[in-house]
Write a protein that binds this ligand. Sequence first.
Ligand SMILES: NC(=O)c1ccc[n+]([C@@H]2O[C@H](COP(=O)([O-])OP(=O)(O)OC[C@H]3O[C@@H](n4cnc5c(N)ncnc54)[C@H](OP(=O)(O)O)[C@@H]3O)[C@@H](O)[C@H]2O)c1
Length: 139
Amino acid sequence: MSRVLNCIVAVCPDGGIGYKGDLPWHPTRLNNEFKHFRRLTVTRTPGAEDKQNVVIMGRKTWNSIPEKNRPLNDRINIVLSRQLEAPPSGAHHLARDLPSALRLLDGPEGLLADQVWLIGGSSMYSEVVRHADPKAVPE
Ligand SMILES: NC(=O)c1ccc[n+]([C@@H]2O[C@H](COP(=O)([O-])OP(=O)(O)OC[C@H]3O[C@@H](n4cnc5c(N)ncnc54)[C@H](OP(=O)(O)O)[C@@H]3O)[C@@H](O)[C@H]2O)c1
C-alpha cells in the first residue's frame, strides 16, 4: 500500500535544525510550535479516529525527546537505527531504515495506522528529499 509521507521540521534562518543534540531554541519559546507539532501529528483523517498516526524518527531525535515525553503519546513511534537490536525503551518499533519502517506498515501494524509523519533528523530528511519523485501523483 502506498502512503503519503508527511515531513515536519522547524528551521532557523541559517538552516539549522538542532544544537548539541537538542533544538536550537529555548523550550519556552517553542510552546506554540510544540502545540502545532502535536496537533498536526496527532490529528487523523476524518473517519480514521480508531487509528493512530505514525511518527518515524532517527535514534538521536528519539534521544532528544525528554524521557517523560517518550513515546510521543497517541502516536505509533518508530525509531530508525542500524545499531540498536531492539526498540529503545518506550518506543513501539525499531526499523533499520526508512523502507523497512514503511514495510512494517504494510503488515498488521498498518491496519492501526493512519497518517505517517517523518519528524527528523537531518539524515532522514535528506533521504526523503533524495528519493522524492517530482512527477509522482497521489493515488
Ligand atoms: N528542528 C526540528 O524540527 C528537529 C526535528 C528533529 C530533530 N531535530 C534535532 O536534530 C538533532 C538530531 O538529528 P540528527 O540528524 O543529528 O540525528 P537523527 O537523524 O535523529 O538520528 C541519527 C541516527 O538515526 C539513525 N538513522 C537516521 N536515519 C536513518 C536511516 N535512514 N536509516 C537508518 N538509521 C537511520 C542512525 O542511528 P544509529 O547510529 O543508531 O544507526 C543515525 O545515527 C537533534 O539536535 C534534534 O533536536 C530537530
